[in-house]
Design a protein around this ligand. Structure first.
Ligand code: ADP
Ligand code: MG
Length: 409
């Protein structure tokens, strides 16, 4: 039993920014944010590292910043992962109970979870998560913890998340290059959901959509468990690009227009409203109708959210979403996106503040911190073993993550 507080650090290497959040985990499981660090991302595209040297410098800057603000030294992190290569599916595992008295023990539970994730993935893929959903004992449904029950057959449903092994390994290598140890990797959307959703909201059913710079990550909870998850390699930067192409202006001007004057509401502006961009070196003064900007933005955001909806519809999950949609990530700050999402999903849409940990308001309200904060929750979550946590033999801590990616744990 641990009797001292533990410092844990969540690291999100996003397309737009790197964010490190240090948290204090008390022995009774209370997490408090004690420091944050941020830096602009270099060498990351669509959520994936494309330049290890550049990205690890950004990571170093964010972590040094967090060290200073929390007044701690950081040696290891839990990191979120994302990218268009990530896939997921639900799987059922089965084992016969062979103990003498027919009582299910921890060993049978571990065996059935192993069996559930021992499905044939593409050969170049590795499992990121096998999140337990529920168990069946002799076909009896809805069992959350079968240990101590008796039966002859144990089945388990799990949500398996997997991705291209080399791409995941490169994400880890980049962080180790800093150098920092990587304790585990966590799907970005899963992490955001852990920061935003209470157990009751997970029970009632909720969709979390994290719209970042280069990706849109989503996850669906119903009946208290993860039912579906996915990543689209499209985010707020594509909105900026569309504005730049559409208005024939440089990216930095498009980004400024998006943030200061952008909206996705068709009726947000009268047709005569205009935005003027001041003259700069090499660029003349330019005037654009607001309606044009919002039309361009709406097209892209509508398309992205509709794709997410279609994916969730395919899984027949829309009828199980009692709480509604929770928007997070930097691009959830786009004006009017809440209303647009409500029109698309026909569900209540919430702009979710981080609600499951304690700490400074500035962090808990900023949507761009949700993923990194959720990683602190994950540390606690893995400890609770809702998921089959990778277990390292003594002395193997530093290669644990690579063993996991090689499918050895
Ligand atoms: N106020 C704002 N309005 C609209 N978009 C914003 C705003 N602030 C940030 N963004 C957009 O959010 C995106 C970055 O979100 P973030 O969650 O930090 O990304 P990532 O996790 O991918 O690094 C960028 O595309 C940026 O343009
Ligand atoms: Mg992000």
């Amino acid at each position: 039993v641990r009797n001292k507080n533990k410092i844990i650090v969540g690291l999100e290497v996003g397309t737009s920014k790197v964010c490190a959040v240090a948290g204090d985990l008390s022995p009774d499981g209370v997490i408090t944010v004690i420091g944050v660090g941020q830096s602009a991302s270099q060498g990351v595209r669509k959520g994936e590292v494309v330049d290890i040297e550049a990205a690890s410098q950004s990571i170093h800057a964010a972590v040094a910043d967090a060290e200073e603000s929390a007044n701690v030294e950081i040696h290891s992190v839990i990191a979120s992962v994302t990218g268009g290569h990530i896939r997921s599916f639900n799987s059922r595992g089965m084992v016969a109970i062979t103990t003498e008295d027919g009582v299910i023990t921890k060993e049978e539970v571990e065996a059935v979870l192993r069996n559930a994730k021992a499905v044939s993935l593409p050969p170049d893929h590795a499992v990121i998560h096998a999140i337990r959903q529920h168990f069946f004992v002799d076909g009896h449904d809805g069992i959350t913890n079968p240990i101590g029950m008796s039966g002859s057959r144990l089945e388990a449903d799990v949500h398996v998340v997997h991705g291209v092994r080399t791409r995941l390994t490169n994400a880890v290598r980049c962080i180790r290059h800093v150098p920092l140890e990587v304790e585990n990797i966590v799907l970005g959307a899963f992490s955001s959901a852990l920061a935003l959703l209470s157990p009751q909201q997970q029970q009632l059913g909720a969709i979390v959509i994290d719209i970042g710079g280069g990706t849109t990550d989503y996850i669906v909870y119903a009946q208290g468990t993860v039912k579906h998850s996915g990543v689209l390699a499209v985010g707020g930067d594509h909105v900026t690009n569309d504005i730049a192409y559409g208005l024939r202006i440089p990216i930095n001007r498009a980004e400024q227009l998006k943030i200061e004057h952008g909206s996705v509401l068709a009726d947000d502006t009268t047709t005569t409203d205009v935005v003027a961009l001041k003259r700069e070196v090499g660029l003349p003064e330019q005037v654009f109708p607001k309606a044009t900007i919002s039309r361009i933005m709406r097209l892209r955001v509508e398309e992205t959210l509709t794709l997410v909806k279609k994916e969730i519809e395919k899984q027949k999950l829309l009828d199980f979403i009692g709480e509604g949609v929770f928007l997070t990530g930097g691009s959830s700050q786009i004006r009017g996106i809440q209303q647009l999402a409500a029109e698309i999903f026909h569900l209540p849409v919430h702009m979710a503040p981080v609600s499951t940990v304690g700490g400074p308001k500035s962090v808990l309200e900023g949507p761009q911190f949700a993923t990194a904060v959720g990683l602190l929750k994950y540390a606690q979550f893995a400890a609770d073993a809702h998921e089959q946590a990778p277990r390292a033999r003594f002395g193997q801590r530093f290669t644990k993550i690579f063993q996991k990616l090689r499918g050895l744990m």
